[in-house]
Structure formats: structure tokens, C-alpha cells
Design a protein. Structure first.
Length: 148
């Protein structure tokens, strides 16, 4: 039965690598769901190790491909592109805080191109959802401000 009004999940992740790809939408729709806002995953979830802002395109393009598969299943799908806040932890394993900040801001600039081109409805950004040092927290706030 189709609900009389839209049922929207405003922060939906899909991950083909873990087996929770577009097919999970069938379960969502069986529960009454009609619309999702599909947001990008961290780069490593797509097998990407970014070293330049353009490297995030593969992550964003993967999200767009998943969105098309979701639409083919009959669910309305909007996309948001951005650099996942957890990205900072992985980046700091191989670069400085300043380099990570520059890369994340650059990735957001690339994501903004997807919004400007009408491929995505907005930018996804945020801060780590776990304890981090004050320096990392301040950097995350600067990245978030850049997105705004």
C-alpha cells in the first residue's frame, strides 16, 4: 500500500561492498518508505584513497550510480555529496593536519560542482562523531565552515 504522504529518510547510506547496496531499498519501500536522501560514504568504503580533491569524484560518482539504481526500483532518490567527517581519521594516518584540511576542503569544492551541475541537491559535511583532539576538532569546524 502506498502511503498518502511521502515517507522520507533524510540521511541514507548504501554500500555495495558490504552487501547493503540498492537492493536494500526494497525493504525500505516494503516498510512504507517512498523517498531517500542518499549521502556519500567515506572514501575507503568505495575503495578510494584520496590524495587530491579530484579523487573524491569516484566516491560521488558511485553515489550517483547507486541513486540511479534506487530510482529504477521505484523510490524517489535525491543525492548529497561531500567529504565524510570520519575521513579525517584516515587522512591523519598518512598526512599532516594541514594537508588533511586542504584535501577535505578541496573535496567539498569538487562536491559543490555536483550541486552546481544539478546532480546533487546539497553538500554533506559535519564533524567527527567520536572524541578527537582539540586540534582535530578545530580543523573539523573549519572544514564544516568551508562547506557552509
Amino acid at each position: 500500500m502506498t502511503p498518502a504522504f511521502p515517507i522520507l529518510d533524510d540521511h541514507f547510506h548504501l554500500n555495495r561492498r558490504t552487501g547493503r547496496g540498492p537492493e536494500v531499498i526494497k525493504e525500505f519501500m516494503r516498510s512504507g518508505g517512498t523517498h531517500i536522501v542518499l549521502v556519500t560514504l567515506p572514501s575507503w568504503s568505495c575503495g578510494v584513497t584520496p590524495s587530491a580533491p579530484a579523487d573524491f569524484r569516484e566516491v560521488f560518482d558511485s553515489t550517483l550510480a547507486d541513486a540511479e539504481a534506487v530510482r529504477e526500483l521505484g523510490c524517489t532518490c535525491y543525492c548529497m555529496a561531500g567529504v565524510h567527517p570520519a575521513e579525517v581519521g584516515r587522512l591523519l594516518e598518512r598526512m599532516s593536519l594541514t594537508e588533511a584540511e586542504t584535501l577535505m576542503k578541496g573535496g567539498l569544492d569538487v562536491a559543490a560542482e555536483y550541486v552546481a551541475d544539478g546532480k546533487c541537491i546539497g553538500l554533506k559535511s559535519g564533524r567527527p562523531h567520536y572524541p578527537v583532539s582539540p586540534e582535530v576538532w578545530d580543523m573539523a569546524n573549519r572544514v564544516l565552515s568551508h562547506a557552509l
